[in-house]
Write a protein that binds this ligand. Structure first.
Ligand code: ADP
Length: 442
């Protein structure tokens, strides 16, 4: 009996151990299964996440491609509109249907051509930026004169809508900074132009410029504020995107291609700066940007050949200008434009660089307008010779380069060769006037 009991206990123990082993095995399999399940779950989440990202990327791509096609539709519309006006009015002028209307027709042609020029320049800029080919210059400049020049460029447009352009300058902004004045001017003109465009008649636009000194760097802070139609909140998010024109801008009866602010943002960022906008529909908008510049130590020796006049006798004698240009139509256009200002500029013409050098030897000029591509001797070579081979005052005459090349490299070469300023053709008469006046007024 005893043996039987012992046997039973042993059997029970064996059975329990067997059960325990079976249990442990099942548990192990279960744990493995559970682990597998967890892994599957993680895998599924990851897959879902990847799907979500893919979906987002697809939506974004669709959105961008939507922007692009919308942009292409807008841009071709924008290009065709001024082209239509140009060809139409030129046709009417040629037909002389009503000579009394010729002036209006020509004015309309001018406005349309300017609009076309802006579009072509914007297209060039955006493609240069997207290709990473936009070069930021480093040159000495006076920020105040850039702001005042930008305002004077847009004064006419503001006056047409009876809009006051108010400038608030921090008097402590340094006179001499090192950076890219052309890009600063481009940013300002874009923002002020929009502020005027989207303001109602009689409102005001204010521009303010402050600065902050941060370890030898000057942080230029500029704000352009208007009290115009403002921008809706959801639109503000995409306002700086390329190709995103606020869709109802056409309904707002405004022209534009939607490239301006995209270019502005890229230009600010290329200069290590930042831009932001605050806006409320019906109340107005404020665009604020800041760019860090090096503060320049003024070296008088850098300022080459500035001819001053005092508004008295000198004015009566006139300011002699030498126009170096081979193309006859361009000669006439420059002469007629300059004469139309009613300023005391007296223009003589040289048909190429060699003729220019001969004239400069014999006469005194206070400004030279220099085309770049010319037969016999081009503008670069002529400038180098003026700076290096002529003597005294003659070697310092201010030279303004004029060329149809819009590339920055060309301007860089021109300035390195000794030109003092540079203007691209088709030139903006107001810009040419400001540049010429900057060399004759004190
Ligand atoms: P556009 O050439 O169309 O003016 P922008 O990139 O300069 O292109 O501006 C994009 C859009 O942003 C404009 O069409 C306009 O609807 C809106 N916008 C820009 N600036 C202002 C402003 N100051 N006030 C109201 N809307 C503005």
């Amino acid at each position: 009996m005893q043996y039987f009991l012992v046997g039973l206990v042993v059997l029970l123990v064996i059975a329990m151990v067997a059960l325990l082993i079976i249990y442990l095995k099942i548990k192990k399999v279960n744990d493995k299964l559970h682990k597998q399940q967890l892994e599957n779950e993680i895998q599924r989440n990851k897959l879902e996440e990847a799907n979500k990202e893919l979906e987002q990327a697809k939506n974004h791509a669709e959105k961008v491609s939507g922007y692009k096609s919308e942009f292409l539709a807008n841009i071709s519309h924008a290009i065709r509109t001024p082209l239509n006006a140009i060809t139409g009015y030129i046709y009417l002028v040629q037909k002389q249907l009503d000579p009394d209307n010729a002036n209006t027709y020509i004015h309309n042609v001018l406005v349309a051509s300017e609009n076309l020029g802006v579009i072509v320049n914007d297209l060039l800029d955006i493609s240069k930026i997207e290709a990473g080919k936009m070069v930021i210059e480093k040159t000495n400049f006076n920020p105040m004169s850039i702001v005042t020049q930008a305002i004077s460029t847009l004064k006419g447009m503001a006056e047409e809508k009876n809009i006051a352009l108010e400038l608030h300058l921090d008097p402590l902004v340094p006179d001499h900074l090192v950076g890219d004045p052309y890009r600063l001017s481009q940013i300002l003109i874009n923002l002020i132009n929009n502020a005027i465009k989207f303001s109602a008649n009689g409102q005001e636009v204010s521009i303010n410029m402050e600065f902050e000194l941060q370890n030898k760097e000057c942080l230029l802070k500029i704000g352009v504020a208007d009290k115009g139609i403002g921008i809706e909140e959801q639109v503000l998010e995409t306002i700086f995107e390329s190709f995103s024109q606020v869709s109802n801008s056409i309904a707002r009866n405004q022209t534009g291609t939607g490239m301006g602010l995209a270019i502005v943002k890229r230009l600010v960022e290329l200069q290590e700066g930042s831009i932001a906008v605050e806006s409320e529909p019906g109340v107005g908008s404020k665009f604020k940007f800041q760019i860090p510049y090096e503060v320049c130590e003024l070296d008088e020796g850098n300022v080459k050949g500035v001819a001053f006049y005092d508004n008295d006798e000198e004015t009566n004698k006139g300011i002699s200008v030498l126009l170096v240009e081979d193309n006859e139509i361009n000669q006439e256009l420059a002469i007629d434009t300059i004469n139309s200002w009613g300023l005391p500029f007296k223009i003589e013409v040289a048909n190429n660089g060699l003729e220019a050098l001969e004239l400069i030897e014999k006469h005194t000029y206070q400004i030279i307008l220099m085309d770049i591509m010319m037969p016999i001797m081009d503008g670069h070579e002529t400038t180098i010779r003026i700076r290096q081979t002529l003597e005294g005052e003659k070697s310092h005459i201010p030279i303004i380069g004029m060329t149809a090349h819009a590339f920055t490299e060309e301007r860089k070469t021109a300035l390195e060769n000794g030109m003092n300023a540079y203007i691209t053709k088709p030139f903006n008469p107001e810009e040419l006037k400001q540049k010429m006046l900057s060399f004759v007024s004190k």
